[in-house]
Design a protein around this ligand. Sequence first.
Ligand code: MN
Ligand code: MN
Length: 285
Amino acid sequence: MNFPDYFADAEAGFNIANFVIFGVPYGKTSSFRYGAEKAPKAIRQASWNFETYDIRTGIDLKDIQIHDYGNLDVDNIGSKEMVEKVTDFTSPVLKENKFPIVIGGEHSITPGVIKAFPKDSAVLFLDAHMDYRKSYENDVYNHACTVRRVTDHIAVKNIAVLGVRSAEKKEFYDAEESDLFYKDSFSIRKNGISETIEETKRYLKNKKIYLTLDIDVIDPAYAPGASTPEPFGLTPFDVLEIIEAFSSQLIGFDVVEVCPAYDHGETSLLAAKLIRSLIGAVWKK
Ligand code: MN
Ligand code: MN
């Protein structure tokens, strides 16, 4: 079955839209499972499963102006060029005061989006991995280096990472030494998601926040179609709570690392639903 190739309910023109969705189908730096470049299509298809109305929040996406630009052409370019292309696309979207929603692709796309934001913005990472390597497989733009690349533009003190449970030893000690604010999934389970959110809020203060969701932060039981799945993850409810708790501060969002070849559709469905929930939550604020 084939549904239209745009995100459901994203039928507004660019000029009147409050939210601009675009895909960055890039998968060239993957290190375990390949195929994240197929995710924008799979997530858009999955989005047609849902009602426009949300019984819990009372929000109807039909009342919100959402534009789906389609995908950037990143087929045959290296990671550095891709990152630059993403920045070049995001900048005018921000200039027009629109809220960008980016569908990856792997996590290597995120530094390109963030570079278009002011340097005093904050960034909230949801990720199973620390992504703090200086370089990986001879590529500083590799998806294993995403948090580190973001620190080229955003001060470490304005970055928080939630849900971590995997890092290389040196990478881990580097992060500790840099005083990177992170909460691992074990401490989140122990202290509860509400306490974690409160602590993170105190840390990021009232800053404007860009939220990046590496789908592998969610447990593989809920999100098996991830490029580098890691057990002992957060639940979809945890992520929804995080989105709603920060919604009044959010200035942009991406969801990355969905790998449709390893999915039976549930991961793409979850990604599409979280995008829809985020749009509703941000719009309401
Ligand atoms: Mn990541
Ligand atoms: Mn990850």
